[in-house]
Design a protein around this ligand. Structure first.
Ligand code: 13P
Ligand code: SF4
Length: 320
């Protein structure tokens, strides 16, 4: 029933993209999920915006025939693992994640082989092949809670983010065998520039995502996932914040806590490196085309899906 859609006068794109996207979404019976690091216009056009845990929960329960996942590959892959009945589309299949890439499955299998008795906790920012080698998955929202439930009589491997792992070790008092992965965005924040900012804005509170370097986390007044950072800004009596995570989160902070001063933490270089280059591959144009063409679609081997499903389901059960 495409006659209801605005005409496409050039390049296959309609003149009023937002309107056309909304109509197409309805026509396709699709639900649009977006992570907080997406462009503001994608967040505004989405049916649900959340952190990794909330998006995974939403995808698992969704009854929609099509899920357009505006985030990075491991997130969309997670949606497919949890909800295989749905067709899961991404705006751009190249939207990967440096952290996920830092943990190749073969090298991880060798690491596990050196610690045969270890219980494996993997951060959701990893591929299905790593999830399939894990006992339980966690996100930055529930990592400490999940690690606390790991068997006390076994060593615990934590992969792939060494910064989140070190932070969780400090929170739980558990010794963790850390895979040495990092996120290119969160390791870029300059502690020196943050100290300088704090001197110029003594009223501003430093809040940070646990993927940041330990020295920066030690300075932060509050550490949490994107959703927890957002909640903190909304609920805190403080009026100003230096926000050390990908700058996309500032969109919801501005919407939900108007009047508060939000200062994005500065990267080391004079670059836009506090923007995730993978997240930012997605555009509203690509969202429209993905729904229109039913591609690119996440597909996966059923045996691998089932192996990756068990630790994901355990996470959802342990953090219910
Ligand atoms: P959250 O789960 O906190 O949203 O984090 C996702 C992510 O990729 C952080 O870099
Ligand atoms: Fe991956 Fe970092 Fe981008 Fe998050 S911000 S998706 S961890 S590269």
């Amino acid at each position: 029933m495409s006659q209801a859609l605005p005409k496409a006068p050039y390049g296959g794109l309609p003149a009023n993209l937002l309107e056309a996207f909304a109509a197409l979404k309805k026509e396709r019976g699709a639900v649009v999920l977006a992570h907080y690091y997406q462009e503001p216009e994608i967040q505004d056009a989405a049916d649900f915006v959340g952190d990794s845990l909330e998006l995974a929960r939403f995808a698992q329960k969704s009854q929609a025939g099509t899920i357009l996942f505006c985030g990075v590959h491991f997130m969309a892959e997670g949606a497919k693992i949890l909800n295989p009945r749905a067709r899961v589309l991404m705006p751009d299949l190249r939207a990967g994640c440096s952290l996920s890439d830092s943990c190749p499955p073969e090298a991880f299998a060798r690491f596990r082989a050196r610690h045969r008795n270890a219980f494996v906790v993997s951060y959701i920012n990893c591929s299905a092949a790593i999830k399939a080698q894990s006992d339980v998955i966690c996100t930055s929202s529930n990592a400490a809670r999940i690690v606390e439930r790991a068997p006390k009589d076994r060593p615990v491997i934590f992969a792939p983010d060494r910064n989140l792992g070190a932070w969780v070790a400090g929170q739980t008092g558990r010794e963790l065998l850390l895979w040495q992965g990092t996120c290119i965005v969160h390791e870029t924040f300059s502690e020196r520039k943050i100290i300088d900012l704090q001197t110029r804005h003594p009223e501003a509170e430093l809040i940070a995502h646990p993927e940041c370097e330990p020295s920066l986390l030690a300075r932060a007044v509050f550490v949490g996932s994107t959703s927890k950072l957002l909640k903190h800004v909304i609920e805190s009596p403080k009026r100003a914040f230096i926000v050390a995570t990908e700058s996309g989160i500032l969109h919801q902070m501005k919407l939900k806590a108007p009047g508060k001063t939000l200062i994005p933490a500065p990267p080391n270089q004079n670059c836009a490196c506090n923007e995730c280059p993978f997240m930012k591959l997605n555009t509203l144009e690509k969202c429209y085309l993905a729904l229109r063409d039913g591609a690119p679609e996440i597909t996966m081997d059923e045996e691998l899906r089932l192996k990756a499903l068990a630790p994901l389901e355990r996470m959802l059960e342990w953090s219910a």
